[in-house]
Design a protein around this ligand. Structure first.
Ligand code: FCB
Length: 450
């Protein structure tokens, strides 16, 4: 073999999320989510796109599982739509919602594909938003109840659970930057939301331990490499702040280190904590640090950071470097460094790459072939970085490519395509891309040539 081998038993998979692929938003008693509301609000998503139909996976899941089987993945990461299970957010269970995921799980298992289930990939029931959303502590409690319900229903067959996908996006991107549902621009609320996503995670881990014993449980955090624009002390300090804002604010508490003190000071100076850290109640930090079995890490890109106008902020610098279609720089070195840091600094016992992938627009050519060699190159480089991290001692258990299918890319609508499989949104026809064939070979050989 001329490539780099991965360890025996390494888990290869693909990832998706409910609202991005399912469609069928009114089927079988599903309630409204904040993404239904947000995407139907004029001006919030590119071209006014929404997930009403998406990939129609809710009806086409047998065909999609057949594609997974053809690809040869050992595991599939998907999310459960909270409003399908609990249309009112809490209380009355909608059995039809549970049945949908139960059938999906059974079919995956029939094909020898291990389900990796994410409980929250952003589709909060709208009723819970109306009663305060993630800035309200009660939402964390509602999330734990929901976790217990799904754990009870599927824990006999689903052995790998992820609580929250990307708390940074749930809180900062959605409540401070206003780019995702519910579209707020309120820093104090964003920091309260961040705390309650982490708290909800901790409580959910405890619920899952009760309701679904003998399962692996973890959280999924997103990471961006934060690289100073120059060697100057000011740029380096700014990059450290951006790292605090994006990465450390979430990783440190989960790893039991508490909120990073430098960032508490920065947020106070910025006026983001008018009432201090009063959302933290006694016992919360221990709950957030409830031991998990693994960390899920999502990685796509880096940011280059220069000093800002004050000593608590920063500026993003755009270099003239190679980017994917969504505008994210290709930076596999940051991936390698991240994996090393997650192990050597935080000592997470096991890590899964729960998302990594690339947006490129290629569709079928006249012969019906999708020649997405840039996606192949991106994946090859990042697989190689992961392999080197494993060789350096990082306990990486598996790798999920984002995404199986082209899908609804949130505020970017259907414009950005991350799939290994092309989706024609007029006909719902699926066409495996060249990257699908490439990934199939990597899985079969459990090795990659970098
Ligand atoms: C991540 C999300 C995922 C997808 C990718 C491109 O932030 O978790 O749903 O949108 O980015």
């Amino acid at each position: 073999m001329t490539g780099y081998d991965f360890p025996q038993g390494f888990v290869w998979g693909t990832a998706t999320a409910a609202y991005q692929i399912e469609g069928a938003v009114h089927a079988d008693g599903r309630g409204e989510s904040i993404w239904d509301r947000f995407s139907h609000t004029p001006g919030k998503t590119l071209n006014g796109d929404n997930g009403d139909v998406a990939c129609d996976h809710y009806h086409r899941w047998p065909e999609d599982i057949a594609l997974m089987a053809d690809l040869g993945i050992q595991a599939y990461r998907f999310s459960v739509a909270w409003p399908r299970i609990l249309p009112s957010g809490r209380g009355k269970i909608n059995q039809a919602g549970i049945d949908f995921y139960s059938r999906l799980v059974d079919r995956l298992l029939e094909h020898g594909i291990t389900p990796f289930l994410t409980l929250y990939h952003w589709d909060l029931p709208q009723v819970l938003q109306d009663s305060g959303g993630w800035p309200a502590r009660d939402t964390a409690q509602a999330f734990a109840e929901y976790a217990g319900i799904v754990g009870r229903a599927l824990g006999d067959r689903v052995k790998h659970w992820m609580t929250i996908n990307e708390p940074w996006c749930v809180s900062i991107l959605s409540h401070y930057m206003g780019e995702h549902a519910p579209g707020l621009q309120n820093p104090p609320l964003a920091l309260a939301a961040a705390h309650h996503t982490l708290l909800g995670h901790g409580w959910a881990v405890q619920e899952l331990r009760r309701e679904a014993p003998a399962c692996e449980v973890g959280i999924v955090l997103n990471y961006t490499a934060s690289v100073p624009a120059s060697d100057s002390a000011a740029d380096q300090a700014a990059a450290r702040r951006y790292d605090g804002f994006f990465n450390r604010w979430f990783s440190d508490p989960v790893a039991g280190l508490g909120y990073p003190a430098d960032m508490v000071a920065n947020y106070s100076a910025a006026g983001f904590l008018p009432d201090g850290m009063n959302f933290v109640q006694p016992g919360d930090m221990a709950t957030i640090a409830t031991p998990t079995d693994f960390l899920g890490a999502n990685y796509y890109t880096r940011e280059v950071i220069a000093a800002g106008e004050t000593d608590w902020d920063w500026q993003l610098v755009t270099l003239d470097t190679e980017r994917t279609a969504i505008g994210w720089e290709i930076y596999p070195q940051g991936f390698y460094e991240l994996l090393l840091r997650l192990y050597s600094h935080y000592r997470f016992p096991k890590i899964y790459v729960t998302e990594n992938g690339a947006s490129y627009a290629e569709g079928p050519d006249s012969a019906g072939r999708v020649r997405d060699e840039r996606r192949v190159r991106y994946l090859r480089q990042h697989f190689g970085a992961a392999q080197r991290a494993i060789s350096a001692g990082v306990p990486l258990g598996g790798y999920f490519v984002w995404s199986l299918l082209d899908n609804f890319e949130w505020a970017k609508g259907y414009n950005d395509r991350f799939g290994l499989v092309h989706v024609n949104y007029e006909t719902q026809q699926r066409t495996p891309k060249d990257s699908f064939a490439f990934f199939k070979q990597v899985i079969a050989e459990n090795a990659v040539e970098e």
